[in-house]
Ligand binder design. Structure first.
Ligand code: HEM
Length: 193
């Protein structure tokens, strides 16, 4: 599976490399600077972390909301796919309204997550990181296809196209969650390799 290139890590919201003072360049300077910057107590360490995490702009803040939003489309659309599968096996379950509800909620969640994802990753069309590039375009496609699924759930008489679209969405969402995990927790985050 694609590996994340560290220099393009999207979660590095505060990459201050360009702002490094000259004293920090070179091993002796780096030791001196880290000794100066080293928090001495737990309270100082906490205060330093809070300051380091401070929001720098509205788009920075919106990007930080992406992980919160990301789990809604994954849960809702996967449940919609499961509901539709149960409906295929047992039509008497009468889950049509439930499936519609899950798909519309999932599509709204996918649109929100994708939009916030663009704020998190930056508004560019190409990424140095293969993982981020895949995640960006797979996520954008998920949002678009989820809209198609919503239309099919409310309008189509024949349920076969909806079933195909939900199956595709389920696979894409599992991949999307995996890629997100690779970016946030690091390569091989499931520990399977
Ligand atoms: C339906 C669409 C999407 C889903 C379900 C999704 C899901 C996820 C998940 C589960 C994570 C890991 C979050 C964590 O565990 O903390 C993640 C991280 C991330 N995603 Fe997405 N994503 C979507 C769309 C996008 C898009 C379109 C982009 C970029 C244009 C994007 C950019 C990112 C970035 C940069 C991260 C790293 C964490 C961060 O900085 O917020 N995502 N995503």
């Amino acid at each position: 599976m694609a590996q994340m290139e560290m220099q393009d890590h999207p979660a590095a919201h505060h990459d201050g490399a360009e702002m490094m003072p000259d004293a920090m360049i070179g091993p002796a300077g780096a030791r001196q600077a880290s000794a100066n910057a080293m928090p001495r107590t737990a309270d100082q360490a906490l205060a330093a972390k809070i300051a380091e995490n401070r929001v720098t702009s509205i788009s920075d803040f919106l990007g930080r909301l992406h992980p919160v939003a990301a789990h809604f489309p994954i849960a809702l659309l996967l449940l919609a796919a499961l509901g539709e599968l149960l409906l295929t096996i047992r039509p008497a379950l009468g889950l049509e309204t439930t499936v519609r509800f899950l798909i519309s909620g999932g599509a709204a969640g996918a649109l929100t997550a994708a939009l916030l994802g663009w704020f998190a990753a930056g508004w560019r069309l190409e990424d140095r990181s293969e993982t981020l590039g895949l995640h960006r375009w797979n996520g954008t496609a998920i949002a678009a296809v989820a809209l198609v699924a919503t239309w099919l759930a409310f309008r189509a008489r024949n349920r076969t196209p909806l079933r195909i679209v939900l199956a595709v969405l389920a696979v894409a969402l599992v991949l999307q969650g995996y890629l997100g995990g690779e970016m946030v927790f690091g390569p091989n985050h499931l520990g399977l390799e």
